[in-house]
Design a protein around this ligand. Sequence first.
Ligand code: FAD
Ligand code: EPU
Length: 338
Amino acid sequence: MSIQHNKSLKEFNTFGIDAKAKNFIAITNISELMVALQLEEFSTYFILGGGSNMLLTQDIEIPVLHINNKGKRVVLSTENEVIVEIQAGENWHEFVLWCIENDFGGVENLSLIPGNVGTSPIQNIGAYGVELKDTFVSCATINIETQEQKVFKLEDCNFGYRNSIFKNEVKGNYIITSVVFKLTRKHHKLNTSYGAIQQELESNQITNPTIKNVSDAVIAIRERKLPNPKEIGNSGSFFKNPVISKEDFDILQNKHENVPHYVVSDTEIKVPAGWLIEQCGFKGKRFGDAGVHKNQALVLVNYDNATGAEILALAKKIQETVLDKFNIAIEAEVNVIS
Ligand code: FAD
Ligand code: EPU
């Protein structure tokens, strides 16, 4: 294990922000992690996965632990199901492709989401009608303060929309080191309920889709809509879609007949933040090197050399404008590091 000093994090965050890590430690196995956590000169740590859900607004003074432990293994295989254990530093999309190759079903709708497997439980990643919680069994963690190992099972995690125990009660206390999933080997339960997936399958004349067909459809949709961080810096959806009361939604719909929405329950409605932001005139707008993506107003972008502070200022301006116009508060989904 070695410590690198004053290392640029530009290549380690998908926004491409050029913040520096005073001390940067690459972690490739649990023993290295234990050693790093026992270094006497440090007491707090910054945990870095794939850097695809963070906005760095300044240099990181505390040691950065770059979680990069690798490994995928089948723990148990029955006729219909398989249990797999994936190390935290594995790339999420590569894990999905491995599942498709092996004909393990359940994560195909989550194709092409950037980041690491170990981070996936933190915000219960989701896309196209499927969330991590649908296949999650448990995750192994290490307590940063005590270095004790602890397993969080599905029922411990309080998963919700872009939410979990790791963003609330135990925020910042644990490092996730591996995740266990339960996947199907036969009788895959395909979820093609999302309109865009159906349209994509129909346009390719696929009537009896396989998990690979669904994965390919999701990849095609995402490539059309979302900017590739290798080409233009971004962190995916910058904000969560707000969930508002049925009463507030009725008022909104009276004024804006065509407001898109998803019914969450009898009393709650989710409104796409991308629509709210577009209605405020931000879509495709550029402010210096910070901007709002032209195809998806929920995605803030770094055209070249924007600082984290510039992107954050734009995010605040958007939040204020949406609040003024619609009386709806939109909350950041991205972890703002300040
Ligand atoms: P990082 O950005 O490295 O870290 C995120 C947070 O988790 C930080 O606070 C970090 O300290 C902490 N952390 C990281 N690793 C660990 C660990 N092992 N243990 C404890 N804490 C840790 N998300 C979705 O849900 N659905 C989408 O469809 C989606 N699409 C996206 C599209 C694009 C183009 C981009 C850039 C992002 C998208 N995201 C999406 C967001 C992002 O991919 C996910 O949130 C992903 O899980 C982040 O993983 P990461 O490893 O990059 O996290
Ligand atoms: N819309 C607009 N203008 C826009 C963007 C969206 O009007 O510029 C409206 C449209 O009506 C569209 C609707 O919003 O039909 C929904 O848009 P989209 O299907 O692109 O999904 P989203 O709600 O904007 C969410 C997730 C994405 C996930 C997709 C697909 C959140 C915060 N975002 O986006 O996740 O990939 O659904 O399931 O829930 C991420 O978290 O980083 C992310 C990309």
